[in-house]
Design a protein. Structure first.
Length: 333
């Protein structure tokens, strides 16, 4: 079993080294797609790759962000994957609490996806005070040590198991995954991950500026364009965050608009006692559809061979039928 990380980055130089260093412990390959960084992120990726062969600088392409860009990574490197390998959406500002290699090795073969419990860390009023007292010391402290206040208010698809029949293109945006994976049987245990989207005043303002085009085009970052942001996204504990009414105008431009009260969040004491709120996370598919239950009876290598045979048998027939229809004298013009 190998794990293939799909990492899209843009202006993450302040945290990228920490993230990649952590991911190298469990990821066999990390394919990095730079979406137009201007802060030295791409150069840092290339420098890192010279020392760590697991890191693969795929390409740099400045354009509108969409989760479907990961399809480019998948299709470029899918030949490196075999049955039972896993693909991971790897963000440049996250750190797994659970070791993904150990976690995924325990997932029974009939489950095709693994979903997260995301512990989102926020820049709080207490962090703002620490930053203002000594900005240099604050920024020199590793992100997991300097930001300690979080809320588990989200969870999402993070890993999917490889098979040769996956069809995934950039034109199909299903939240950064092949469409079939959102209804595929999901392992009913969440993998825990720490997410650091808001790390310093400069980084927050750069983040809002960098992501504005995607916000305005509604291709990503809906959680950034919610009215009354700190109340509705960062501190709400009764229901799953609701992105209805989201508008780019609500994103703001100033870091002060992303400061959250520390008193409203949970504190990370580094004792592995985390508060997980299942009621704040979207539900994921667990029950196996009938077709999937039938599939579990047939060993996966045999299913793969049958799939290839099916494509060889039926696609030529379809092509021949279309050619005959096009040449038919009764075909209407």
């Amino acid at each position: 079993m190998k794990i293939h990380g799909m990492c899209i980055v843009k202006n993450e130089a302040d945290v990228l080294k920490e993230c990649l260093t952590s991911a190298l412990h469990w990821c066999d390959h990390i394919y990095v797609f730079d979406n137009g960084s201007s802060d030295g992120t791409w150069e840092l990726v290339q420098e890192f790759a010279n020392r760590e062969p697991q890191i693969v600088p795929y390409k740099q392409e400045d354009g509108l962000f969409s989760g479907a860009l990961r399809a480019d990574i998948f299709n470029a490197f899918r030949s490196n994957a075999t049955l039972q390998d896993w693909w991971c959406r790897l963000d440049a500002d996250e750190f797994y609490i659970d070791d993904p290699r150990i976690f995924l090795s325990k997932v029974p073969s009939h489950f095709q996806t693994a979903w997260s419990a995301s512990l989102n860390y926020y820049f709080t009023d207490r962090d703002a005070l620490a930053y203002q007292r000594n900005p240099v010391e604050f920024l020199a402290t590793p992100v997991q040590q300097r930001l300690r206040y979080y809320l588990n208010n989200w969870g999402e698809l993070r890993f999917f198991r490889h098979h040769d029949e996956i069809i995934w293109t950039r034109s199909e945006d299903y939240g950064g995954f092949p469409g079939e994976m959102h209804t595929a049987p999901a392992y009913p245990v969440r993998i825990w991950v720490k997410h650091y989207q808001y790390r310093s005043p400069e980084q927050i303002e750069r983040r809002l500026f960098t992501r504005r085009a995607a916000m305005e085009a509604s291709t990503g970052f809906l959680h950034e364009v919610t009215p009354n942001w700190s109340e509705t996204v960062a501190t709400k504990r009764d229901v799953t965050p609701d992105f209805e009414g989201a508008q780019p105008a609500f994103a703001g431009t100033r870091w002060q608009e992303r400061v959250v009260s520390a008193a409203s969040l949970d504190y990370d004491a580094f004792n592995r006692r985390y508060v997980v709120n299942e009621n704040l996370m979207p539900r994921f598919p667990v029950r196996l559809p009938l077709a999937s239950r039938v599939k579990t009876v047939i060993p996966e290598p045999i299913r793969a061979q049958l799939g290839r045979l099916r494509r060889q048998l039926f696609r030529p027939v379809d092509t021949k039928r279309k050619r005959e229809e096009n040449c038919s004298p009764n075909r209407a013009h």
